[in-house]
Design a protein around this ligand. Structure first.
Ligand code: FAD
Length: 373
């Protein structure tokens, strides 16, 4: 039996790949499916373009480059994971600048690799940008934005009967090897794959020996509730730096519209108090989308950590990360988009089960909700 600890995108994608190969597995989730970083994310399937804003295609940009096509296959119901029921927020993402292109962005737009992925578009064809006061440049990247609640729902359907709600309290050891899990509902034995995001650190800390260290990179996302809806925006405002100034996604809940704001704004907000972060967000929005009538009713900050393998400088790791020690695998995708690449790395490491196994009779884990609303 393969025991997957954590029902975020990495555990769910891997479990679906195993199911497609008739390999028995269960997913153990302590709260609700997707309720960690997965439903907190902006659902953008990046192909690496936003990592190449300085004009150079880094290692990160080249590995992640294959992911949009991989997801699109799954979204069409082709390939081993069938995500044909998943809805998209948009089929593409927008990139825009509000002023004339800064010097260090010229390299980016000149780069052949980037030109092939992006298309300059006339603002009149984009409702949110079709305004005489929009004076910048607008680009379209053919990389989808997922409706994340439908993504979690699709995996819950695929894995019906294999997803359980209970907290893993420790890993079971025999002769210095991990042989299963102890949970609040009982024990099960099998090969253990830790895809528990931030929760992986505590589980590893109880084990004798040395295991990969984890880092947290915090974000202070800002949520703006609008009094009147605007045409929906999903994309990145480019500035003069090597990261998008602002990443905007637009969501409707209970008859109200919300802007969920990330990018450099959310990195800068980490060291600010909530009031300052909200004021800065409103100021940034009034520049980024100055031509729209933005009537912000309320704002709040949603603080969340990205859980990743430690890097020397605490920077973003370049690729999906997998570590194996006997029957234990530790995995962090580092990006939602990289979940398929993570599963590709794990699958060849798994051995067949030596004994027949049965699934536990535990409660089913429910599907999570967007944690920031
Ligand atoms: C604000 C934000 C925006 C982002 N935007 C994007 C984006 O647009 N595109 C992109 O590609 N990436 C994005 N990311 C990154 C992406 O969200 C993460 O890399 C990805 O979701 C990690 O998935 P995961 O399954 O490894 O972890 P998680 O989604 O965190 O799942 C881990 C699960 O393990 C469970 N768990 C923990 N401990 C235990 C335990 N002891 N027992 C049982 N269960 C346990 C948790 O409850 C949780 O559900 C974003 C991240 C953040 C924070």
């Amino acid at each position: 039996m393969k025991i997957i600890v954590g029902g975020g995108i990495s555990g769910l994608w891997l479990a679906a790949e195993l199911k497609a190969r008739n390999i028995l597995c269960c997913v153990i989730e302590k709260n609700a499916l997707g309720q960690g970083q997965t439903l907190a994310s902006q659902g953008m399937i990046h192909g690496g373009t936003k990592y190449a804003l300085d004009g150079s295609l880094t290692k990160a940009a080249s590995e992640i480059g294959a992911m949009p096509a991989r997801w699109k296959q799954a979204l069409k119901g082709k390939g081993t994971v069938d995500l044909s029921y998943v809805q998209l927020e948009r089929e593409d993402q927008l990139l825009w600048s509000v002023e004339s292109i800064a010097a260090n962005l010229l390299g980016f737009f000149a780069s052949q690799a980037m030109r092939s992925r992006m298309e300059r578009i006339d603002p009149q064809f984009e409702e949110a940008f079709n305004h005489p006061n929009f004076k910048g440049h607008l680009y379209r990247l053919a990389e989808p934005v997922l409706k994340l609640d439908t993504l979690v729902y699709a995996f819950a359907e695929i894995l019906d009967g294999q997803i359980f709600q209970t907290e893993v309290t420790q890993l079971l050891m025999q002769k210095n090897k991990v042989v299963g899990i102890e949970t609040t509902a009982g024990q099960i034995h099998g090969d253990v794959i830790l895809t528990a995001g931030e929760g992986t650190e505590a589980l590893l800390s109880e084990l004798p020996g040395t295991y990969p260290a984890m880092q947290r990179r915090p974000l202070a996302m800002v949520v703006c509730k609008l009094a009147q809806p605007i045409p929906k925006v999903f994309g990145h405002q480019l500035g003069s730096g090597s990261k998008p100034k602002l990443t905007v996604s637009t969501h409707d809940f209970d008859g109200a519209q919300y802007l969920y704001l990330g990018g450099q704004l959310a990195e800068d907000g980490v060291t600010q108090d909530d009031n300052t972060a909200c004021s800065n967000a409103k100021r940034a929005l009034s520049v980024a989308l100055s031509w729209l009538e933005l009537n912000v009713e309320s704002t709040h900050v949603f603080r969340v950590n990205r859980a990743e393998p430690s890097t020397r400088e605490g920077n973003r790791p370049d690729t999906a990360f997998v570590y194996q020690s006997n029957n234990l695998i530790v995995a962090w995708p580092t990006k939602l988009a990289l979940a398929p690449a993570l599963a590709d790395q794990i699958l060849p490491l798994l051995n067949g089960d030596s004994k027949p196994a049965t699934l536990p009779v535990w409660s089913k884990a429910p599907e999570g909700h967007y944690p920031w609303v």
